[in-house]
Design a protein. Structure first.
Length: 221
């Protein structure tokens, strides 16, 4: 079996890696945001309960999220899954462990994508957007070439601005929240012998190749 959790701070590339792993290994990709949206759209009991909290601008309780994960995994299938975005705290991890134990689906590995704070800020705080044409640029990965804005008169350059979420001080705060709330999960899973760390500062393909070495092969392969 392959029962995995993917950990990593904002900007570590979890979404990119999760999508590749899902397609390559036929994993059920359990992203909590997607689970919540689907349950609300389907009008399930848990979805209606979650919607009450979401409409009130409150966090959906851990018990509701874990209940959705239980429902999804209890529906049959290969039993091969990848959890992305949950757990975010040690209490959530405890609740998840109890649920997976009840289902007879213990985790095989928790893969942590490690990236330095300096690199994360470089990745997250370099985006600029044009007020006129809406195009997005990045100081490092997709610099604005200085060409005329397609929404202008042919001579004006893009009018670039940075969203509040992309400002260095906001990015730094997001990373601090992650370190305070989620990083303790690394020690939690290391103490259980489940943690597998990979270097997230390599290329996308190299990070993928590191992760693959920690995924158990299906029975009979």
């Amino acid at each position: 079996m392959a029962r995995l959790i993917l950990l990593g701070p904002p900007g570590a590339g979890k979404g990119t890696q999760a999508e590749r792993l899902r397609a390559e290994f036929d994993l059920v990709h359990l992203a909590t945001g997607d689970l919540l949206r689907a349950a609300v759209a389907e009008g399930t009991d848990l979805g209606r309960e979650a919607k009450r909290y979401m409409d009130a601008g409150e966090l959906v309780p851990d018990a509701v999220v874990v209940g959705m994960i239980r429902e999804r995994l209890s529906g049959g299938g290969s039993g091969r899954f990848l959890l992305d975005g949950f757990p975010r705290s040690v209490p959530q991890a405890d609740a998840l462990d109890r649920t997976l134990s009840d289902l007879g689906m213990p985790l095989d590995a928790v893969i942590s994508i490690a990236v330095s704070r300096e690199e994360l800020v470089r990745r997250l705080a370099g985006r600029w957007i044009c007020r006129r044409c809406g195009r997005s640029f990045h100081e490092v990965f997709n610099p604005y070439p200085g060409t005329p804005c397609p929404s202008g008169d042919g001579t004006e350059t893009c009018d670039l601005y940075q969203r509040d979420d992309d400002r260095p001080e906001t990015v730094s705060h997001r990373l601090s929240v992650y370190e305070e709330q989620t990083a303790p999960l690394i020690d939690y899973y290391r103490s259980r012998g489940l943690l597998r760390e990979v270097d997230g500062e390599r290329t996308t393909d190299e990070v993928h190749d590191q992760i693959v070495t920690h995924i158990p092969a299906p029975p009979g392969s």
